[in-house]
Ligand binder design. Structure first.
Ligand code: MGD
Ligand code: MGD
Ligand code: SF4
Ligand code: MO
Length: 726
């Protein structure tokens, strides 16, 4: 029987005629939800649902996953390879052989003329792991440029760097199950409900059964901060000061875990000397959190039986990103909260496979967490691939954020962009535009042809997207998930793996090295190369990944399940087996508001859009929620400037200007504005992006702007709309 609203207006789900559900994994964020794509009788994808068997999402999906099947027929896809015809300065459709021959000959020409490293390759966190490994093999083993990196420098580089500095290796030590056990959760610069909705839902499920303090550190009143027990509205860019002060209180009050510190860490004396300078009174003046709150939080965290920290871009995208991660790790080390149930330092990863690229792409080293700096690692991989180890550089080349300035100075002449859109996602758009225009050869390999960067390219290689391909992604909690090939790519578009394999045939070493044709063939190499290592894949098979809806590494040969946590024995990856407690001086180097540019400009995301909107900008149910570039502004600040709700305003920074629609809200402080970064020619026209010295990650979140009311609202509307390419 139906009651109330249901009787009057029952929810009717249209029958979409699904005859088959195919298992795969979501291709947006790193939560790693298992998805089933529903196909109708014609084999057309018409629906998506969460897999009820999956431990990660337990049948749930967020708005992006629910409508992900619409991507298969979305507008703007690349379906034919293109090469720019110089005589008419326009692209012409060509065959794959022509496009690949031209790409290879341009790479060789540039390398022969200007040196091997003058051709750079920048990829992403959104390919399949088998594709990452193959691209690494092609780049390191056959093309041989050392200027090879990914957009993960904009995203997870600080987490990687911080993990390496503290623990001697990358690799998030915890898992979602830690929510079930923890007695205290601290979240730094992470807006979980919007950016990782299903991880948030896992947390909410636990909080419904059992309560424990949730403390959110974020300058903005986010959805997460509104559900938290405590919101610490920190001054942008000062998390290191707060972290030093928390450690100060813990050590001063003797709340640390001395036994754990003695047994498993080094550097305690230097660390305690440094944090002694960060008493809560002095720290509160810098980080904007009052001294009593600092003391309360320190006590809550240290006294809890187990406590965990999570963080995302509010920490990573800062000039102190790597230090912030080290500070979080140290907080957990001194309280004995690593490798125990409910006690961890869990970086919440960004893109669907930002973890896979860290593990296998060879971007910053060699596959399987090996490094170029170690002779034995170079020898091992050279032997496995069957090439001369001298072909490898002996140290890592440039990061993505150094590659673009090197184009500016003429050191780099050619670039291959794979699944990343720097015209929208890098800081200082005007500068990026100039660098792209300067290139002798730009190859753009993307699933969508209408990406902004294509305009500047000489060759366009159309690729398959998400479940048009087969392979694996690793999620935030080290879970390797299977992506099954649900349908084929449109037109002549090809899986990225196929493109890399074909390119390899065009290089001398590429003919010597074995390049398996199938993803499963590549996956077997991952198992062989990781056997006995920290990120052991050798126990995994595709069948097991599908049956278990993902397996966490390490999963050793013969194991039936993966391991949920790292460092459970207190042994770390440094030669002495100890984690390092590292003293962190705070250097105040951010661009900050002043008389001329009086507002902090921060940027980030909203739930309905993903990144530069090449995908979500074309899915009606998502685009309609945020169709246009806007900024959150405090009503008091707006009043003082005569700016009205839903009017257009102009922002000016030292780099450029942008016109946005004004949303008045108390979510931001009177001296701060927030703009989602999803739109082209918008917030990144304004950003400076100072770099973190360790990770080379840009400080997207700390910039200064002034704001002007716009008189000609009609002209502003036209300009605002121009920023929505889709
Ligand atoms: N819907 C959606 N989900 C996504 C993505 C997407 O584009 N859309 N992208 C994915 C990717 S690649 C990533 S990297 C993640 C990002 O996930 P998040 O990091 O959660 O998202 P952001 O909005 O970039 O930034 C998070 C918060 O950092 C805060 N912040 C700014 N400055 C500071 C500071 O100095 N200190 C502190 N403590 N906090 C600060 C901001 O106010 C913001 O609320 O999301 C992933 N999930
Ligand atoms: N101001 C500001 N800027 C930011 C951020 C911020 O918070 N503020 N966040 C930064 C972060 S954390 C990130 S991760 C970056 C993201 O920056 P980008 O990587 O530049 O953004 P995306 O839109 O995800 O670009 C991915 C591209 O890959 C394509 N693609 C998707 N799947 C495939 C595939 O399987 N194969 C191929 N060949 N192509 C594919 C998509 O169409 C898209 O063009 O942006 C960064 N920029
Ligand atoms: S939470 Fe992330 S992985 Fe899960 S459905 Fe949403 S976008 Fe996909
Ligand atoms: Mo990211």
């Amino acid at each position: 029987m139906l009651f109330g609203r249901q009787k009057k207006n029952p929810v009717k789900l249209p029958d979409k005629g699904v005859v088959e559900w195919k298992y795969t994994t979501c291709g947006y964020c790193s939560t790693g939800c298992s998805i089933e794509v529903g196909l109708n009788a014609d084999g057309t994808p018409v629906s998506c649902r969460g897999s009820s068997d999956a431990d990660v999402n337990r049948g749930k999906l967020c708005i992006k996953g629910i409508f992900e099947y619409e991507l298969f027929k979305s507008a703007g896809r690349g379906t034919v390879p293109l090469v720019r015809d110089k005589t008419i300065d326009a692209y012409k459709e060509v065959s794959w052989d022509h496009a690949l021959d031209r790409s290879a000959s341009e790479i060789k020409r540039i390398q022969e003329t200007y040196g091997r490293d003058s051709f750079a390759i920048v990829s992403t966190g959104q390919l399949l792991t088998e594709e990452f490994y193959t691209l690494g093999k092609l780049t390191r083993g056959a093309i041989g440029t050392n200027n090879y990196d990914g957009n993960t420098t904009l995203c997870m580089a600080s987490a990687v760097s911080g993990y390496k500095r503290s623990f001697g290796s990358d690799g998030p030590p915890g898992c979602y199950d830690d929510f079930e056990h923890t007695e205290c959760l601290m979240a730094f610069g992470s807006n979980l409900p919007e950016q990782h909705p299903i991880i948030y839902w896992r947390l909410r499920q636990v909080l419904e059964k059992r309560s424990f303090p949730v403390i959110v550190v974020d300058p903005r009143v986010t959805m997460f901060s509104q559900m938290a027990d405590m919101h610490l509205a920190i001054t942008p860019g000062t998390d290191v000061v707060l972290l030093n002060s928390l450690a100060h209180v813990i050590l001063k009050e003797g709340l640390e875990d001395q036994a754990y510190i003695k047994a498993n860490t080094s550097g305690f004396d230097e660390f305690s000397e440094l944090v002694a300078q960060y008493d809560p009174v002095s720290a509160s003046k810098i980080c904007g959190i009052d001294e009593d709150t600092i003391r309360n939080v320190a006590r809550l965290y240290a006294k809890a039986d187990s406590a965990m920290s999570i963080w995302t871009m509010g920490i990573n995208q800062s000039t102190h990103g790597s230090d912030g991660v080290v500070g979080i790790n140290s907080l957990n080390l001194i309280t004995g909260n690593i490798g125990v149930e409910g006690g961890t330092s869990l970086s919440i990863t960004g893109q669907c496979n930002a973890m896979g690229t860290r593990e296998w792409s060879s971007c910053s080293g060699l596959p399987g967490y090996r490094v170029l700096e170690k002779e034995e690692d170079r020898q091992y991989i050279a032997d496995y691939w069957g090439i001369d180890p001298e072909f490898f550089p002996k140290k890592r080349g440039m990061a993505q954020t150094d590659i673009f300035p090197a184009i500016e100075t003429g050191e780099i002449k050619g670039l291959w962009l794979i699944a990343t859109n720097p015209m929208t996602s890098m800081p200082n758009t005007a500068r990026i535009r100039k660098t792209l225009e300067k290139l002798e050869c730009l190859i753009v390999q993307d699933a969508y042809q209408d990406v902004e960067t294509t305009e500047y390219g000489h060759i366009f290689l159309p690729s398959g997207l998400w479940a048009e391909k087969e392979g694996v992604f690793t999620n935030t909690e080290r879970r390797v998930n299977l992506v099954n090939n649900v349908i084929d790519p449109p037109g002549l578009a090809k899986p990225d793996l196929w493109i890399f394999n074909q390119m390899a045939k065009r290089f001398d070493n590429g003919q010597k090295i074995r390049f398996p044709e199938t993803a499963e063939g590549v996956f077997k190499e991952l198992g062989e190369l990781s056997k006995g290592r920290m990120l052991d894949y050798s126990g995994m098979t595709y069948q097991m990944l599908e049956e278990q809806c993902g397996v966490q590494w390490p999963c050793t040969e013969g194991a039936v399940i993966g391991a949920p946590r790292l460092y459970t024995d207190g042994k770390f990856q440094y030669p002495d087996g100890k984690a390092k407690l590292i003293p962190l001086d705070f250097i105040d180097n951010n661009e900050k508001p002043d008389d001329e540019y009086p507002f902090w400009l921060s940027s980030g995301r909203v739930v309905e859009h993903f990144h530069t909107r090449t995908r979500t900008g074309k899915v009606g149910n998502q685009n309609k929620f945020s169709p246009t570039p806007y900024m959150e502004m405090n009503p008091d600040a707006a009043k003082a400037l005569g700016i009205e709700h839903m009017s257009y305003a102009r922002l000016v920074s030292r780099r450029g200007d942008a016109v946005v629609l004004v949303q008045l809200t108390q979510r931001v402080a009177p001296n701060t504005v927030f703009i989602p970064f999803h739109f082209h020619d918008c917030v990144n026209r304004l950003t400076l992006g100072l770099l973190d010295p360790y990770s080379r990650q840009p400080a997207f979140k700390q910039n200064a702007v002034r704001i002007e009311a716009v008189e000609d609202q009609d002209a502003a509307a036209v300009r605002n709309v121009a920023a929505r390419t889709y």
